[in-house]
Ligand binder design. Structure first.
Ligand SMILES: Nc1nc2c(ncn2[C@@H]2O[C@H](COP(=O)(O)OP(=O)(O)O)[C@@H](O)[C@H]2O)c(=O)[nH]1
Ligand SMILES: [Mg+2]
Length: 251
C-alpha cells in the first residue's frame, strides 16, 4: 500500500512519516498531501495557548483523557518556539504525556520549530490536514501564543482556549492585550493557588467565558469540555466554513 493510502487507513507510522516529510519541506511530502485531497474537515481543531508554566500540557493531558472516554481519536500537536523562554519545555511534555503514548487512539507530536520563521503555521496546518485525513476527530494544538507566528498557528483552531495562572499580574495584563484577543474561552488554571479568585474576577470583566481549573487534579475539566462543545455549536450556527464536529459539540 502506498504511504498516502496507509495514512488514510489511519496507520500511525505513516502519519508520522508524512508529517516529517512536510516539516522538512520535502517535495515528496507536498505531492502526497495533494494525493490526500479531498480531506474531510471533520475534526474539532482546538488551540490551547498561554505562557510557559501556565499548565497547558497538564490541561491537554486531561482533555485527551476526556475525549478518549467519549471514544474519539485525538491528535496533539505541541508547537513551541525554540526560544530561551521555552527551552526544555517539550521534554517535560513528552514525559507527562507518556501514558497516552501507549494508547493507539492518541497521536502526540512536537512540531519542530527551529528555523521555521513564517512557515510554522503552514507546516502545522499541513499536519492538521494529515491528521484529519487519518481520521482524527479532535486535534489539540499547544502554543505559547505570544508572537505573530503563534497567533498565525491559532488561526488554524476553530476554538481557542487561553490558559492563565493566577498571581502573575504583569502576565495577565499582557494576556489582555494579546492572547485574550484571539481566545474564545479563558481558563484560570492552578485554581488551587492563592490569587485565583482575584484573577478570575479580573478576567471576567474582559471575556464572557472564564473558567477555573486545577488541571493537576482534573478539576473543572468537564466544564471546559462543555464550554468547548458550546463554542463549537455556536460556530456551527454561524455557518463557519470549517465544518462542525458533531461528536464534540454533543458533549
Ligand atoms: N498547583 C498547580 N500546579 C499545576 C496545575 N496544573 C499544572 N501545574 C504544574 O505547573 C507546571 C507547568 O505545567 P505544564 O502543563 O508543563 O505547563 P505549560 O508550560 O503551560 O505546558 C507543572 O509543574 C505542573 O505540574 C494546577 O492546577 N495546580
Ligand atoms: Mg507545555
Amino acid at each position: 500500500m502506498a504511504l498516502v493510502d496507509r495514512v488514510k487507513a489511519g496507520d500511525v507510522h505513516s502519519v508520522a512519516r508524512l508529517i516529517t516529510l512536510l516539516e522538512n519541506h520535502e517535495p515528496e511530502g507536498l505531492a502526497m498531501l495533494r494525493l490526500l485531497a479531498p480531506v474531510p474537515h471533520n475534526a474539532a481543531v482546538i488551540g490551547i495557548t498561554g505562557y510557559p508554566g501556565a499548565g497547558k500540557s497538564t490541561l491537554i493531558d486531561q482533555l485527551v483523557t476526556a475525549y478518549r472516554r467519549a471514544g474519539m481519536k485525538v491528535g496533539v500537536l505541541a508547537v513551541d518556539m525554540s526560544s530561551p523562554l521555552t527551552g526544555g519545555a517539550l521534554l517535560g511534555d513528552r514525559i507527562r504525556m507518556q501514558e497516552h503514548t501507549l494508547d493507539p487512539g492518541v497521536y502526540i507530536r512536537s512540531m519542530a520549530t527551529r528555523g521555521h520563521h513564517g512557515g510554522l503555521a503552514q507546516t502545522t496546518g499541513n499536519a492538521v490536514l494529515v491528521l484529519e485525513a487519518a481520521g482524527y476527530e479532535v486535534i489539540l494544538i499547544e502554543t505559547i501564543g505570544v508572537g505573530q507566528n503563534e497567533v498565525d498557528v491559532m488561526d488554524l483552531a476553530r476554538t481557542v482556549v487561553a490558559v492563565v495562572a493566577p498571581g502573575l499580574g504583569d502576565e495577565v495584563q499582557a494576556m489582555k492585550a494579546g492572547l485574550l484577543e484571539v481566545a474564545h474561552i479563558v481558563v484560570v488554571n492552578k485554581g488551587d493557588l492563592a490569587g485565583a479568585d482575584t484573577t478570575l474576577r479580573d478576567l471576567r470583566n474582559w471575556c464572557p467565558t472564564v473558567l477555573r481549573t486545577v488541571a493537576m487534579r482534573g478539576e473543572g475539566i468537564p466544564e471546559l469540555v462543555a464550554a468547548i462543545a458550546g463554542h463549537q455549536r455556536l460556530r456551527g450556527l454561524e455557518g463557519s466554513p470549517v465544518r462542525l464536529n458533531r461528536k464534540v459539540a454533543a458533549l
